[in-house]
Design a protein around this ligand. Sequence first.
Ligand code: SF4
Ligand code: SF4
Length: 251
Amino acid sequence: MNDHNLPEHCSSLGNDEKFCFACHPEVPCFNECCHQLDLILTPYDVLRLKNKLNRHSGMFLEQFVIIEWEEGMLFPTCYLTMVDDGKASCVFLEDDGCRVYADRPAACRAYPVGRGVSCQQDGSMQEQLVLLREPHCRGFEAGKQFTAAAYFQDQGLEEYNRYNDQMTQLLQHPKIQAGFRPTKEQADQYIMALYNLDTFRQDLNHGYIKTNNPLSLIGLQSGLQSLETNDNELLLMAIRWLIQEYFGEYV
Ligand code: SF4
Ligand code: SF4
């Protein structure tokens, strides 16, 4: 990757490259990075957060998420709410730190490492890594040495990556390159199936799911009984269903 094409303070990070980092309540910049963020939530982030807070997914979206989408865009984007306290603090920030720390979103776990994945023609995933050295972040001044993989393990990111990577088959489907853009109805389906899992489950149970591809529902409904309490599996099923629904095939 050419560093000249990267955003400010970013440099590419090789798989074996090491960096020193430590973030803890004693760093002088503690919590400084939890303000004024465009923090994009993945479906798995929302799954973890709504379960952490014991909220119905619909209620969670209403309270904590801003959804952006307009005609011509690709899929909707879900942002975590920042509160109007003069500092645009994250809605989960408290004086002693993050109130959802054990279930914080992938972007918060990965910082200061950025990770992108692209789906190759043979179905394999290629990973690109960058290191973000923002001037306010004092975490680089001391701490353990990590490679990106060791850091991700330390931050409990591997499970997040596993579920988030499944989304690339939807978000990077070849038909998108060929010009596919969702209708309003399809954008609503995207939010309901991926981000509003509790409603998705209820609607499946009651036969309320609207589809252009009735065959895709047969697989969904037959697997539903085993998914009554398993949100992780339901999310994977939702991803597969949307690929069938939008593109008529699962790649
Ligand atoms: S979720 Fe937690 S770690 Fe992430 S920005 Fe909010 S307060 Fe900070
Ligand atoms: S700015 Fe860096 S060191 Fe400071 S709290 Fe945030 S991640 Fe940790």
